[in-house]
Each structure stands twice: as structure tokens, then as C-alpha cells.
Write a new protein. Structure first.
Ligand code: CP
Length: 306
């Protein structure tokens, strides 16, 4: 019984193996390792990148997808999430890719789902495959991970991407700097992470901007976007302060003109669309590891042990 629910179950050597596999898949994007396998994509929240990049990855590997639409499903007739998931599993799917807004839901599902579950974004907890594709993109840019400073700027509090980064990046030798409104900083700063000014954050090797996630805020928490941009946005002027070797990242979707200026999205140091391309290769690697290769020596995805 193996899933990818959290990066906490990945050791550095697991990550290295996955990144190597993803590199192979970037160069060899077609295969048949998922031939005759069916993966259900169950997205209970909106998504463009994650959903389509999983679908792309599955199809590139010769597999089939079932795409679940909550709005037209029997959830609307009162069926519980658990019964919906059990129903889809009972049809014989080989894995499930799930996005859901409730923290802790994935672990609950692993108690009874026997096929692999891949967390495609859970509440404000974690987004493991986004974390892996970010790590892959950083390694691609620098040829290494250890010793790099990664500044994560903006709405950290509501970010599931940051949730995964806090665990994995320090274990891979990276230092995390946080900057943004105080109210959006974590209540407890995790080990290997420190809060700095914007000026300090812009000196990092990696400058990762986060979206203002207004869908996770009360009306009074939503800032004035113009004021926010002036204080914490990666504007054209601030981008001039970046180190020449630094890269600009954003998990996307991007609010152009809020946390990052439109011109900066297109900046020569921006790898934002490269992140999307890499996401397909990284998800191919994860799918192959979970579905195709059921090797007993690869136990890094044993979420059920938690
Ligand atoms: N980065 C990310 O999760 O994007 P989507 O919400 O479009 O999947």
C-alpha cells in the first residue's frame, strides 16, 4: 500500500532517484510503462497545471485517465466523498490523483483506499509534486541544491506549496528565507527557515513569489492589491536588484500586477513556464514509481506508516 501524500516520506536519496527519472522523462517523453493502466483524476478544487500535467504524464506513458467533475457527480445527490472514492476504486482504477481543500483528507482516504493515492494539493498542507518539480527546476538551473538560498515571498500562510518546501528543501541542504506581510508568515517558523526583509529576500539564489490566495481568506484579510504590489510585489524595479545568476519562480497561477509584474513573468531570469514543462516530467517519474514499479525496496511513499 503506497501513496505520495507528503514529502516527509521522501528521503534525499528517494528525491535524487525521482529527479534522475524525471530528467530521463524530459529527454524521452514517450513510453508505455502505464499501458493498460487507468488513473482517476479527482479534483475537488480548480486546477489547470496540476490536473492537465498529470493527464499529460499519464497519456505520455500510454495510460488512460478518468476525469472526475464534482459538479456533475453524485456528490451533488448527497453521496459522501468516501463513498465516491470507494466507488471509483471498485471500478478497478490503478491509482488516484486527488486535489481537495480539506487538510488531512488524504491520510483519511489512505485508511481504506488500496490503490496509490497521489496528493495533487491538499488544503493549506502540502503539494508534494509541485515541491518536487520546483526542486527539479532549481537543480536544472544551478546543477546543485545544497548551499542555495531560496526566498519564498508573499502569502506563505495559505500556501500548500510552502508547506511541502518547509519540509523538503532544508533536508536537501537549502536555506529558506521568508518575506511578506507579517500576518501571512507561519505562526511557528520551521527549522531551517527564517523571516527576512524584502531587501534581504531579493539577494537569494531563488526568488519564489506566491500568489495572494484570496479564496482562502476572509473578506477583511484580502489586501488592497495596489498597496500589496508596492510593498511585496516583484516589480520591474525590484527585479533589477536580483543577483545576475538568480532565478524567478512562481508555482502559478500568477496574479500579474499583484505579486509579480507582467514584465517580470517574461524576464530572462524567470523560469515560471519551465516549471510547468518540468511538472509533466516529474509527474511521469512519480507515476512510474508508484504504479509501474512495485519494487519492495522503494518504500518512500508509505504514507500509511504515519
Ligand atoms: N501550481 C498549481 O497547483 O497550479 P494549478 O492550481 O493550476 O494546478
Amino acid at each position: 500500500m503506497r501513496h505520495l501524500i507528503s514529502v516527509t516520506t521522501l528521503t534525499p536519496s528517494d528525491v535524487e532517484a525521482l529527479l534522475e527519472r524525471a530528467e530521463y522523462r524530459l529527454a524521452h517523453p514517450n513510453g508505455q510503462t502505464l499501458a493498460q493502466k487507468v488513473v482517476a483524476n479527482l479534483f475537488f478544487e480548480p486546477s489547470t497545471r496540476t490536473r492537465f500535467s498529470f493527464e499529460m504524464a499519464i497519456k505520455r506513458l500510454g495510460g488512460e485517465t478518468l476525469n472526475f467533475q464534482p459538479s456533475t457527480s453524485s456528490i451533488n445527490k448527497g453521496e459522501s466523498l468516501e463513498d465516491t472514492i470507494r466507488t471509483i476504486e471498485a471500478m478497478g482504477v490503478d491509482a488516484m490523483v486527488i486535489r481537495h481543500g480539506e487538510n488531512g483528507i488524504m491520510h483519511r482516504l489512505t485508511k481504506f483506499v488500496k490503490v496509490p493515492i497521489i496528493n495533487a494539493g491538499e488544503g493549506t498542507n502540502e503539494h508534494p509534486t509541485q515541491c518536487l518539480l520546483d526542486v527539479f527546476t532549481i537543480k536544472q538551473a544551478f546543477g546543485r541544491l545544497s548551499g542555495l538560498q531560496v526566498a519564498i515571498i508573499g502569502d506563505v500562510l495559505h500556501s500548500r506549496v510552502a508547506g511541502s518546501h518547509f519540509n523538503l528543501l532544508p533536508r536537501l541542504g537549502m536555506e529558506i528565507l521568508l518575506s511578506g506581510p507579517f500576518a501571512w508568515m507561519p505562526k511557528q517558523v520551521p527549522p531551517g527557515v527564517c523571516i527576512v526583509t524584502m531587501e534581504e529576500a531579493l539577494k537569494a539564489d531563488v526568488v519564489m513569489m506566491l500568489r495572494v490566495q484570496k479564496e482562502r481568506m476572509n473578506a477583511i484579510e484580502i489586501p488592497d492589491f495596489k498597496a500589496y504590489r508596492q510593498m511585496f510585489g516583484l516589480t520591474v524595479n525590484r527585479a533589477r536588484l536580483l543577483k545576475p545568476h538568480a532565478i524567478i519562480m512562481h508555482p502559478s497561477p500568477v496574479n500579474r500586477g499583484v505579486e509579480i509584474d507582467s514584465e517580470v513573468v517574461e524576464h530572462p531570469q524567470s523560469v515560471i513556464f519551465r516549471q510547468v514543462t518540468n511538472g509533466v516530467a516529474v509527474r511521469m517519474a512519480v507515476l512510474e514509481e508508484l504504479i509501474q514499479e512495485r519494487r519492495p525496496d522503494r518504500l518512500w511513499v508509505t504514507a500509511s506508516a504515519q
